[in-house]
Design a protein around this ligand. Sequence first.
Ligand code: FES
Length: 100
Amino acid sequence: MAKVTVRDNSGKEVVTFDAEKDESLGTQAQDNGAPIPFSCGVGACRTCVAKVKKGKEYLDEEAVGPKHITTEDDEILTCICGLREDAPDDAEIDIEAENL
Ligand code: FES
């Protein structure tokens, strides 16, 4: 399973967990003790946004639903972003949540 490290907005590690492919990274982060805040939950605001420090190639930005706003190239909306179906088990992803 891919490893996901979640950092707060100061860069401090909050949690690292083994990610599943069937749920968004934000939901899994919350379930694992990193309470990334959600507002809309459907990719239409920036409340859950995170900068990807490592492993963007393993992520599907619209795994759970379509993105309704524009984000920077290094940003994901964690409420809808998940692992790509073909992400290898040894993938490592590192994200920094803006509102955590
Ligand atoms: S909570 Fe609004 S875009 Fe994720």
